[in-house]
Design a protein around this ligand. Structure first.
Ligand code: 5GP
Ligand code: MN
Length: 339
């Protein structure tokens, strides 16, 4: 089960945990199921081990994750900066989950980077920056939650995993693999699923809550986006959805409402990749998904100051939505070589 993990790393992490009393767990901005699942999952474990632990996130987590045990105990930096500063200042260990570079934490980055506590990176994104004392980076894993499970087993803490920890970890695996439909070729992943089910998790509830639940307006917005704002470019096997601030306002957009939308155009036959652009207050947020290993991470790196995984990536564009859209359309031929 834990054979893919470097046993030295697991030993080092176990020592760091044993030597620490106050642990902060943190993740990337606009946290998703894997970011919240991994931090909260480890939070449950650390509490079971008698540690004082706090999950600190850069900004609010989406409401669809509020079913997770411990969700209401998460400290949000944009809402409770002072508390977060005090907690980080008093901590002796910081576990950085599901991000590979400080900039993915936006305004929270300086607080974490300047902290005197020891830091551990626990992540599955490619090419991490070496900002932590202990780097546990496994880009081949489906999710940071899968990595956490393997680490826990490798550290000898499997018996300390309760149903709450297991629920959080399975949520990250379920959201990053879209309920075992992408990035889930490794047979071991199903053994992990089996172990988590043995711990008593309710997989059906996790799938329903984290993937298949939307607000009324969220569903209307998704339908509108597909029928009115999706364009396909058959020559490039690409689909593009753009939503302006006006569109978002019309459907009473709230954070999390467009989660999953970028996947929908991949349902169109012969579409290899899908790009979604949303006009946020501070930037145009870009999300990209693909199938058959078309490297959307390259597109996000080249054009949108971002990155991610081969088949799931994102970035930001500072300019108008129209400029962002035109940049993508003009650049499409450059990526035909990957088709
Ligand atoms: P999403 O489309 O769900 O926002 O993000 C999908 C994946 O793309 C994330 O798991 C993350 O790896 C990556 N990603 C999203 N936004 C950014 C970004 O702004 N910068 C970088 N470097 N990666 C991003
Ligand atoms: Mn992840």
């Amino acid at each position: 089960m834990d054979r893919l993990i470097d046993s030295e790393k697991a030993k080092d992490l176990r020592h760091l945990i044993e030597e620490s009393e106050r642990v902060v767990l943190t993740c990337h901005v606009r946290p998703d199921g894997d970011a919240i699942g991994s931090t909260l999952g480890l939070w449950h474990l650390l509490r079971r081990l008698g540690k004082e632990a706090t999950v600190i996130v850069p900004d609010k987590a989406p409401a669809v994750l509020s079913f997770l045990p411990g969700f209401k105990d998460i400290a949000v930096y944009t809402c409770h900066a002072e508390f977060c500063e005090k907690t980080v200042g008093e901590s002796d260990l910081i576990l950085c989950c599901d991000f590979n570079t400080p900039s993915r934490q936006d305004a929270l980055a300086p607080l974490i980077q300047n902290a005197h506590s020891r830091k551990v990176l626990i992540d599955h994104h490619r090419e991490p920056d070496a900002f932590a004392d202990l780097m546990i980076s496994y880009p081949d894993m489906s999710s940071t939650c899968e990595l956490c499970f393997r680490l826990i087993a490798s550290m000898g803490f499997y018996s300390e995993v309760g149903v709450d920890c297991a629920t959080c970890l399975l949520t990250g695996i379920v959201t990053d693999t879209r309920n075992f439909t992408v990035n889930c070729k490794h047979p071991d992943l199903y053994e992990i699923l089996m172990r988590l089910l043995e711990k008593g998790v309710d997989k059906e509830k996790i799938v329903r809550e984290s993937l298949n639940t939307k607000s009324y307006w969220g569903l209307k917005l998704e339908s509108f986006a597909i029928s009115e704002r999706m364009k396909v470019y058959p020559a490039h096997k690409c689909a593009l959805i753009t939503l302006s601030k006006e569109d978002l306002d019309r459907f009473h957009y709230e954070r999390g409402d467009t989660e999953g939308l970028v996947n929908r155009p991949l349902e169109v036959r012969d579409i290899r990749y899908s790009i979604f652009m949303r006009e946020d207050p501070d930037c145009v947020k870009v999300s990209a998904r693909s199938c058959d290993n078309f490297p959307v991470s390259e597109i996000c790196k080249d054009l949108f100051n971002g990155g991610g995984h081969l088949q799931a990536a994102g970035g930001e564009f500072h300019g108008t939505l129209e400029e962002c859209k035109n940049l993508m359309i003009e650049s499409m031929p450059n990526y035909d070589k990957y088709l």
